[in-house]
Design a binder for this molecule. Structure first.
Ligand code: FES
Length: 166
């Protein structure tokens, strides 16, 4: 799917206006609309909130509240790759906490942050549906199970070497 230029405010406002107007008649439209905007732009820019609020007859505070409540929604553009570490129960029981600490140290960023080279955004997620192979991470669209520190480093090295050869 070709994405609009996220740096072009005009482009993204037009896309959001079009998405919001399509969702306007849908009952409980806010969450699916926000998912659609993030799928389209990769994040939900703050300057789109007034458009969304206006289309759905909500206050800007209500829209902001939902965006900030759900960890899934990003308010800034992601890096070229998104790595999500599962923080739910099964993964926690299988060493998830140590994996989280390693991931943050290895990338040098906290959750909801992007490495300075814009290569990787680190996010937390609450169950990837891969509990039998805990602890699990998702790397872009791929779920990887039984991840320890060494496997995490391999995955990141693969991402970086893929970028170098692209
Ligand atoms: S608890 Fe981590 S995949 Fe389900």
């Amino acid at each position: 799917m070709s994405r609009p230029d996220p740096d072009s405010a005009t482009d993204r406002l037009a896309r959001v206006r079009s998405i919001a107007s399509a969702y306007r008649p849908t009952p409980g439209a806010l969450l699916p609309l926000l998912h659609a905007v993030q799928n389209e732009l990769g994040f939900i820019p703050d300057d789109c909130v007034p458009i969304i609020a206006g289309e759905l007859d909500l206050s800007r505070a209500e829209v902001h509240g939902v965006i900030s409540f759900y960890h899934h929604f990003r308010r800034t553009p992601p890096g070229r790759h998104v790595v999500q570490v599962c923080r739910a129960e099964s993964c926690q029981a299988m060493g998830g906490e140590a994996l989280e600490a390693h991931a943050k140290a290895r990338l040098g960023v906290d959750y909801h942050s992007t490495t300075p080279d814009c290569a990787v955004t680190l996010e937390a997620v609450y169950c990837l549906g891969n509990c039998a192979c805990s602890p699990a991470i998702r790397v872009d669209d791929e779920i990887v199970g039984r991840v320890d520190a060494a496997r995490f480093d391999e995955v990141i090295a693969e991402l970086r070497s893929g970028e170098a050869s692209a």
